[in-house]
Design a protein around this ligand. Structure first.
Ligand SMILES: NC(=O)c1ccc[n+]([C@@H]2O[C@H](COP(=O)([O-])OP(=O)(O)OC[C@H]3O[C@@H](n4cnc5c(N)ncnc54)[C@H](OP(=O)(O)O)[C@@H]3O)[C@@H](O)[C@H]2O)c1
Length: 230
């Protein structure tokens, strides 16, 4: 892998993520929030309904590397339904769900290790699961400002990786709650009318700063790290 920006040089995913200290940059009242997405050239976040075919092993390595730099991983219910997550060692798993319609037989809930924290407006109770599940209820839509404040205040979470999906991503950006975006740009065309990086993001120009650009020779992927200035 070659680092193009800053300081062009040969590098590795491990070297790039080793120096990341998100927790140290946590603002008052919420964790430092970074997001990770893989996109095709035509801006698609899915191929056949899932994200897995977009990126290569290097993309997976970047995702796994970023997970080692945070205390919590956040996803929306749509992503949990599509991707059927398993446990992520060392990170508190957090899900935002309106209807509490989740794949309770997915490995995340059957592994019996770790803990899952769900923010929802549903009155329903989750079914019994092997993995301990805790539910925080909000009225109507989950207030993401309050949810992040809860993570910081009640759980001591200072660094958080949001892995999507596009709808939750847009809400977080609109709320000024995203500090950095890690985006894998894959040289592929997917077609179709699936979601992209965001869904229903409010129309307004937002200038981002490029913090790094990495090029993976074998696959042609470009890994970008953007700062929002939030
Ligand atoms: N390429 C990538 O890097 C990448 C990354 C992530 C996901 N994806 C793909 O994106 C697709 C999913 O997209 P998506 O936009 O539907 O997923 P999403 O953002 O993960 O989930 C949307 C759902 O999250 C819940 N939600 C979000 N904000 C809420 C709020 N404020 N209050 C209450 N509930 C809230 C709602 O759940 P309820 O439905 O329970 O009400 C909503 O339907 C999947 O196909 C997945 O594979 C791709």
């Amino acid at each position: 892998m070659r680092r193009l920006v800053p300081d062009p040089a040969e590098t590795t995913v491990a070297d790039q993520v080793a120096g990341l200290d998100f927790a140290a940059a946590a603002p008052d009242g919420r964790p430092y929030v970074v997001t990770n997405f893989a996109l095709t050239l035509d801006g698609q976040a899915t191929i056949a309904g899932r994200s897995g075919k977009i990126g290569s092993d290097a993309d997976t390595a970047m995702l796994v590397g970023l997970r080692t730099r945070v205390e919590a991983v956040l996803i929306g219910a749509g992503t949990m339904r599509a991707e059927r997550y398993g446990r992520i060692a060392g990170a508190l798993m957090v899900i935002i769900s309106g209807r509490l319609d989740l794949p309770w037989d997915a490995p995340l809930f059957t592994a019996g290790e770790g803990e899952v924290l769900i923010f929802t407006y549903s009155d329903a109770d989750p079914p019994p699961t092997e993995t301990p599940v805790r539910v925080e209820r909000h009225e109507r839509a989950v207030d993401l400002v309050l949810a992040l404040a809860h993570l910081r205040g009640e759980r001591g979470v200072r660094s958080l990786l949001c892995e999507g999906g596009p709808r939750l991503h847009a809400e977080l950006i609109d709320g000024g709650l995203v500090d950095e975006l890690f985006v894998t740009h894959a040289p592929k065309l997917a077609g179709g009318d699936g979601p992209g990086l965001v869904v229903d993001l409010a129309e307004r120009e937002r200038q981002l700063e490029v913090a790094w650009l990495l090029y993976e020779e074998g696959t042609g992927e470009v890994f970008a790290r953007y700062l929002t200035g939030a």
